[in-house]
Write a protein that binds this ligand. Sequence first.
Ligand SMILES: Cc1ncc(COP(=O)(O)O)c(C=O)c1O
Length: 462
Amino acid sequence: MGASDIDWGEIERWDRSYYLHNVQAQSEYAFTGVERADGNYLVLAGGARLLDFQSQLISDSMGHRHPRVHAEIARAMERYGHVFFGMATDYRARAAKLVLEDVLGAPASWAGRIRILASGTEGVEVAMAMARLFTGRPVILTQVASYHGLVPGATQLRGYRGNITPDDRRDAVLDVPGVAGSNVVTVPQPEFFDDLRDPLPSLLETERIILATGPENIAAIITETMFGAGGLLPPDRYNRGLVELARRHGILWIADEVLTGFGRLGEWFGYETVPGGLTPDLMVVGKGINGCALPVGGVVTNVEIGEWFDRARWWSGSTHDAHPLVCASIVGNIEAMLEADMVARVRTRGVELGRRLAELAARHPSIGRSSGRGFYWAVDLVGADRQPIVAEDRATGFLGDLSATPNNVVAAECAKRGVFLGGFVPNTIKVAPPFTVTDAEIEVGLAAFDAALDEVDRRWHA
Ligand SMILES: Cc1ncc(COP(=O)(O)O)c(C=O)c1O
């Protein structure tokens, strides 16, 4: 069936009748039919084109259906459907070699082994289990306002949790029962990148919590070097101080690079932006490893942990581990990134993007702060009192009329102008174009954002 044969009325009816949607209640669900995804654009039912200035969920790094990735998946499909993890495929070995040798510099680097999984969330779950098994300790530390996934294990790790506001309790935000489970201890969220206090109060409090918990009970701390879903860039010295704190107390560092990894911040990984050359013990990857051409996640271990698990008979795995087509998409994606020197492009163009956002901030009173690196910038919107417009800010439970929150006002105004841009945190806009965005498309995206900010200024600064 060709795209022109699709009966979108019927599709909407089936979608509304049978699919269990995320995030929105059925009564407020906005049906947005996408007919195709092409390069840096989404083509909607009816033919309208949207420039994807947010890379979907800051995930589709190389645009949609990148030719190299697409071709590699097509080639793999000539020989493979599914092959289970007990057997080897050339694509699994090539994907592992590309990540470990070509990107991470093994064998002369910290990185030892990779396990390829089906989602970033699964990577988080597996990394937590690995840290606990390796250390023999139960506790994982997690930062307020961070995000690591929405299933019950991963969603214990604070930030926005998997929760529900049921139809008959519209004033309530209910956690998954038992979710604030045992053996996950929350430490404060970092200060913003422009906080000049020294020492940082968050680090003092984190050390107090470590001592109160007992370092001998703590397996690992899981961190985001730039908070992805939360849209928060900490000071460099926070990230460095936090890792040094973990090292001092013998606690493993799990760097969750699902969103920041594979070039998003203008380096291959976010940990490279932390001064001091610190490297993680375990690194969770996902999204950008294949630009989300197929569902993917993974864990990279350091050499010592990799060898420890290698010597063990570790009863672990999923039917979908290292699926050949997923591994082919990783091969195509990383080879394309290396050939185009994509990370360098993101680094240099990212500086320019940050400068342009600073110009917008100078013109629009509704911008309180714009922070980021590479191709991920978080733009925080404030009211006339310079405070977040929606008071819950990053602690939001997603209450009230969501269509009137600043992020959704911006999203609606940008969509009118052919640009997909917004985010979930109510006061924070996530400017995160694909690495393949052209300079002219950056202008289009920024012009739409500029016009959307006029509307935010009008509503909250009149
Ligand atoms: C930092 C981080 N960790 C984990 C996840 C979960 O990954 P996935 O959505 O692939 O399950 C995400 C997703 O946005 C993320 O940003």
